[in-house]
Design a protein around this ligand. Structure first.
Ligand code: KIV
Ligand code: ZN
Length: 516
């Protein structure tokens, strides 16, 4: 089993991408967690780039205190190397990471240097860096678009100069797995001294291949993988640490390789990064997305309920997630609905269950997400109680606006008959209650009315609670809906049902046309 070195560059390559910048204390906080996660190297910044980057590398090195090596990035310039050396002075395990581009396109248009000049600069930088630490890494920027002959020459030269790690980045995310593997193999074959150092890979995700390229490079002999939490990084990002680590773990027999990452710390680390940067992870992101262990389709939910492995290859707990989630939505079936109710401590008889399931489906068609609170409302006895009395609200319609008097019309089952009543008022709640009063032949007094959102978002469930008095007796009604006027009407009707037990009601039986 080969031990792959995990080099985390969230605080450098990740941090240098738009929207992800972190201040010194945020970097220190995340570095603490990266150390908990068990990465081998933390690249904490680019010390010459700014005083903050210098300070971040210094403070991260201090707080990490040898639990991981701490790297500072530098160009091949002496001032860069000296600044990194200074920032890492107190580090228990300092690493200087120096880089220069090696592809002809970068040489001609960016560096305006010849291959010989680049080679000389690389060798000189490695030698200079070695004055500060034995742990020197050299990166041949844009290695995947570099002439292979020249790439092998420079790799050999920097190893001779003292580099202990040589990184061959796919800087622009240009390569494909089989090509990257062939580069690694060619370097290992043509540069015999490469067997004595660590060959590293660093992939960008411009074609969505960063993780696949990294894994194939590991199979080809790379011993270090550079990656970031949540795959953040320049442009389309870097290879995602969590995906590489979990792929290596899940297919260990194929890779014959392992890492030192404590995988249970993956989600806490990912969440901390989100908290610090304020940039959420896409829900369908592998390993750390909120849907990574969520199932909505009825067939999948049924499978997961009988054996999780039917639709899950990773154990949620193994990455620090709280278990599989059965997401209840319009695609869900009875199995998941029943299971969820049991989890929520709700035990319904068959008839109530079927009614609740029908209400659930109805709600799921209207709402994208159904929370536990929604479910409790859906499964609650409220609606049942309302419909078990003499009054059942079958239909509500109202017309309301900013400068018109509101009209509400209700169709109610009252005992055996159907009653339609209409009422006018300033607001829709009052109009609905008045229409219900008329339909039920009860004129109750509304003592208290409250509405509160029980879920979040614009499509939140509104729970309405009413307290009603009639002939000296009081009752409460409660109902929830995304339509708070409907919830108000149902809550009111429920209260009337409770009051009607023993009350003198005179339910109307005629159907009246709404008055203008
Ligand atoms: O993508 C890249 O080439 C880099 C180097 C500095 C390692 O980030
Ligand atoms: Zn990079």
């Amino acid at each position: 089993m080969r031990r792959i070195i995990v080099f985390d560059t969230t605080l450098r390559d990740g941090e240098q991408s738009p929207g992800f910048s972190m201040n010194v204390s945020e970097k220190v906080t995340l570095a603490e967690q990266l150390a908990e996660l068990g990465v081998d190297v933390i690249e904490a910044g680019f010390p010459i780039a700014s005083n903050d980057d210098f300070e971040a590398v210094r403070q991260v090195a201090r707080v990490v205190a040898g639990r991981a090596a701490v790297a500072g990035l530098c160009r091949t310039k002496t001032e860069d190397l000296d600044r990194a050396g200074e920032a890492l002075k107190e580090a228990a395990r300092p690493r200087i990471h120096t880089f220069i581009a090696t592809s002809d396109i970068h040489l001609a248009h960016k560096l305006k240097m010849s291959r010989e000049q680049v080679l000389e600069a690389a060798v000189a930088a490695v030698k200079h860096a070695r004055k500060y630490t034995d742990d020197v890494e050299f990166s041949a920027e844009d290695a995947t678009r570099t002439d292979r002959e020249f790439l092998c020459r420079i790799v050999e030269a920097v190893i001779k100069a003292g580099a202990k790690t040589v990184n061959l980045p796919d800087t622009v995310g240009h390569t494909v797995p089989w090509e990257y593997a062939s580069i690694i193999k060619e370097v290992l074959t043509r540069v015999p001294s490469a067997a004595g150092i660590t060959l590293s890979v660093h992939c960008h995700n411009d074609l969505g291949l960063a993780v696949a390229n990294s894994l194939e490079a590991i199979r080809a002999g790379a011993g270090q993988v550079e990656c970031t939490i949540n795959g953040i990084g320049e442009r389309a990002g870097n290879a995602a640490l969590e995906e590489i680590v979990m792929a290596l773990k899940h297919r260990q027999a194929d890779f014959q390789a392992e890492t030192g990452v404590k995988t249970e710390e993956i989600i806490p680390t990912s969440s901390l990064l989100v908290e610090i940067t304020g940039v959420p992870v896409q829900p369908n992101k592998a390993v750390v997305g909120s849907n990574a262990f969520a199932h909505e389709a009825g067939i999948h939910q049924h499978g997961v309920l009988s054996k999780t492995e039917t639709y899950e290859i990773l154990k949620p707990e193994s990455v620090g997630a709280q278990g599989s989630k059965l997401h209840l939505g319009k695609h869900s079936g009875r199995h998941a609905f029943r299971r969820k109710l049991v989890e929520l401590g709700v035990d319904l008889d068959e008839e109530s269950f079927e009614k609740a399931f029908a209400r659930f489906k109805e709600t799921a068609d209207r709402q994208k997400t159904i929370s536990d609170d929604d479910l409790l409302s859906i499964a609650g006895v409220d609606a049942d109680a309302a419909s078990s009395g003499p009054f059942i609200l079958e239909h509500l319609q109202f017309t309301s606006g900013t400068d018109i008097v509101t009209n509400a019309t209700v169709t109610m089952k009252v005992n055996e008959g159907t009653v339609v009543r209409s009422a006018w008022a300033y607001g829709p709640v009052e109009a609905a209650c008045k229409a219900i009063d008329q339909a039920c032949g009860m004129s109750a007094r509304l003592l208290d009315y409250s509405v509160k959102a029980t879920t979040s978002g614009k499509d939140a469930m509104g729970e309405v609670v009413v307290k009603v008095e009639f002939e000296g007796r009081r009752a409460e009604g409660r109902a929830s809906s995304v339509n708070v006027i409907e919830a108000s009407a149902r809550a009111y009707a429920q209260a009337l049902n409770r009051l009607s037990k023993g009350a003198s009601t005179r339910p109307a039986t005629t159907v009246l046309k709404p008055k203008p």
